[in-house]
Design a protein around this ligand. Structure first.
Ligand code: MBD
Ligand code: FE
Length: 284
């Protein structure tokens, strides 16, 4: 990391932004869960907690540490971060197990809808002096039967070369490294961006305190987030990773799958990298 760019965001900065984002986009869409289902699920979760307390003879000191920590998660706005890092991967696994097309993975807390449209061949919005290795990504969007999906849309968002996300860290232009792309009639697209850095969970919030208290590490491997959608097809939410990243094996968010690891090559001009990665979407 260099010292020339934005200050490291505080957990409360990115946490409260992620909480506000969730409330704006998703909290209106919560399923109207039946009493039978709430009863079943909550009883099972509580009984797993009770079993753990009995099995490990949890003390009052430990119970109060948990209470203090749960209060802290809310106060640092880190419920979206906590849930997306330690729970979402299993929700995603269950939601997509029927798919024959591309593997997906978790969305995480930093998606923002409505990123600027850049056509089928273009650059993601970036600063004039955007740090990082240039990356030229070409690919096609098809249905699982190989038919090109002309109306497809690709939303791309990712951290910068310091591991920071626009709109969740201070001092970065609003839509930096966030763009919406279309495809040609043959399903092809060509996107210019820069390679992101690995992402570190903020160490000064509740999630960081849990990680430190448990002796874990706070890292996610470098990744590009995408949402790919097309008429008549299931929307794909995925992340793409880079080979050789040490945290591909031990991602704190358990969201790496081998099918999502890119194979970039040095570009002809020696200044950056090129990569080919296609998407096949499942019909609804
Ligand atoms: C991220 O950038 C991310 O993608 C996830 C899933 C959790 C925390 C930060
Ligand atoms: Fe991310």
């Amino acid at each position: 990391m260099t010292a020339t760019h934005a200050p490291v965001p505080t957990a409360a900065d990115s946490g409260s932004s992620a909480t506000e984002r969730f409330k704006a986009d998703k909290s209106g869409n919560v399923a109207n869960t039946s009493p039978e289902r709430v009863d079943l699920l909550v009883r099972e979760v509580l009984s797993a907690v009770h079993d753990t307390i009995r099995r490990h003879k949890v003390s009052y000191a430990e119970y109060n540490a948990l209470k203090a920590w749960l209060i802290d998660v809310g106060e640092t706005g880190e419920w979206p971060l906590f849930l997306d890092v330690w729970v979402e991967h299993v929700v995603e696994e269950v939601a997509t197990e029927h798919r024959e097309g591309n593997k997906g993975t978790i969305e995480g807390p930093y998606y923002v809808p409505g990123a600027p449209e850049r056509g089928s061949r273009g650059s993601v919005p970036m600063r004039e002096d955007e740090p990082g290795t240039p990356l030229l990504w070409t690919g096609r969007v098809t249905s699982t039967d190989g038919q090109p999906l002309e109306g497809a849309k690709i939303e791309l968002w990712h951290a910068d070369a310091e591991g920071l996300y626009s709109q969740f860290a201070p001092g970065i232009p609003e839509w930096n490294l966030r763009g919406t792309f279309s495809v040609e009639p043959d399903g092809s697209f060509e996107i210019t961006t820069v390679r992101p850095a690995p992402y570190m969970i903020p160490t000064d919030g509740a999630c960081g305190r849990l990680i430190a208290a448990a002796g874990w590490h706070p890292w996610r491997p470098a990744h590009l987030h995408v949402k790919v959608s097309a008429p008549g097809h299931e929307q794909l939410t995925a992340q793409l990773y880079f080979p050789g990243d040490q945290h591909n094996e031990d991602d704190v968010a358990s969201a790496v799958k081998p099918e999502l690891i890119l194979d970039p090559k040095p570009s002809g001009d020696g200044k950056g990298e090129t990569v080919v990665y296609d998407f096949a979407l499942d019909p609804v």
